[in-house]
Design a protein around this ligand. Sequence first.
Ligand SMILES: Cc1ncc(C[n+]2csc(CCOP(=O)(O)OP(=O)(O)O)c2C)c(N)n1
Length: 619
Amino acid sequence: MILETIHSPSDVKALPKEQLPQLCEELRTFLIEHVSATGGHLASNLGVVELTVAIHRVFDTASDRLVFDVGHQCYVHKALTGRQKQFSTLRQFGGLSGFPKPYESIHDAFVAGHASNSVSVALGMARARTLKGEDHCVLALIGDGALTGGMAYEGLNDAGASGEPLIVIVNDNGMSINPNVGAVPTHLSQLRSKPAYYHFKKWYRSLFGKTPSKNALYRFNHRVKTSLKKALWPGSTLFEDMGFTYLGPVDGHDLQRLCDVLGWAKELNRPVVVHVNTVKGKGYAYAEENPGKFHGVSPFDEGTGQAKSSGGESFSSVFGAELTACAAEDRRVCAVTAAMADGTGLAPFAKAYPDRFFDVAIAEGHGVAMTAGLASQGMLPVFAVYSTFLQRGYDQLIHDTALGGHHIVLGVDRAGLVGADGETHHGSFDALFLSEIPGFTVLCPSSFAETRSMLRQALFEMDGPVAIRYPRGGEGAFTGDTSAEPIAVLRQGKDATLAAYGTGVNHLLKAAETLAAEGIEAEVVKLNRISPLDTDSVCAAFGGRKLLLIAEDSVADGCVGQRIAAILASCGQLPQQLILKNLGKTFAPAGSVSELEHCFGLDADSIAAAVREANNHGK
Ligand SMILES: Cc1ncc(C[n+]2csc(CCOP(=O)(O)OP(=O)(O)O)c2C)c(N)n1
């Protein structure tokens, strides 16, 4: 096994060329073996095996800076940078992260998880290198999907004009999670159909030789070459128009070509785009056939490609199905996604009503503004978006939506803790940042039934912007529907009041059972609407209690518990004892949701223990 002998990138560099194909084959087997056991991002990693090996042949990531866009395609890089042994802990609590993490290795230059920022980050690093008089390369590795996000163009615009030596590798596989959409993929596919410019460059070099960079002769030579190229390749690429030298398209599975082109890009010493064509899922038939399904997977059977446990109904699928039903009843209903049609449960809507379904690509800011535009013209648009990615659209929520009072509905999916994707993906902020926007209504269903009712209320009975936030996965023990009231009492009790929203109420109900067996009668209150919170209802529900505990999987400062406490304080009705359980002032790590809930004291046992202790203390 060659892979077992690779402990660091210098081992990759030292391998004889003839052994590289075998290394790539072993890497693919390694990926399939591990990801089928732990779950994770498979297809994207299978696609970048040769590209990652080539990067490590040409560059030194201990000193050169390699910035991953999104970062889900970093597994091969991790396997080549001394982390093979940790792959059995991939994405688990305390284990190897599924995304680049500088605290894990000096080879991970920057945190990643959200799309389209890599060029900006890389340019900042390149500028710092110049200012500090250092000498190393900076690379951004960005997919064609991430290249649909607006920030990528802000970065390219700035980087192309800057002249800073910087290499942007565009990994073009024609896929986002689902097939890529919009004008940029069309442009890339047109480039794919042209003969490769680097062949011309190779020919030119063979005629004129390799001239040292930075001197006058080189610059003259470079101008001649550019003019020749323009004459031979009429039309230009988007990247050249933005000031980059464009090299490509290169077959991303031809290791030698990749090494050659990356080597040339390094020599050019200016902003360069290397356009690489890869096949998402390469080398594993099931993933090649269905790269969308194998983008992010739960544990699966390697032999059949089938998931080990069936997904079942989820908040996302229920939301998508109900929205499709609403669209049948009202022709104004539209659905919007930012490249997450499957994840947000909108695929059935897209199939049933393609003319009212809009995939705006990985562009959440644009998605919010476009949704507000639809609403301003009397449509009933619903933007289903993961909580963590909605962070990208914050200004548009305020400026383009709430200020005009536009009636948009947000399906805020993956609200709260999400599990294995970790820090970059938890929805720990939306309950706060949506609640603080004037005019926003924020609803929190705890069951599938409430998800359906709240969607209908939001669409057909409410005005202004409305967010419905629901977690990843399915419902718990509570399956009722209390959506008619903003605050619902699920259980009576005189000794303590426990409050939560969303599926957090399941832990409260269980804790109340445990406490009841010990003679402590706990009331359980469910917040169906966390914004606006009106003073009268809050005081009626929570005023002057003996012991009030409010639990939520959101960060602390400005959380619902703090807002309720502030209202109670202003009315002089604070409880005798107040316990706020939340995520504190930290970024929750990766782990199963139940492990994390336990860690933050949000599970039933921890809540029962907190009440028990406070109750004893209060006696
Ligand atoms: C801002 C943001 N929105 C959505 C996502 C979810 N997401 C993760 S990967 C991905 C597709 C990326 O496609 P591409 O960049 O082409 O990489 P590939 O997986 O095809 O290699 C999406 C939409 C994200 N990570 N960040």
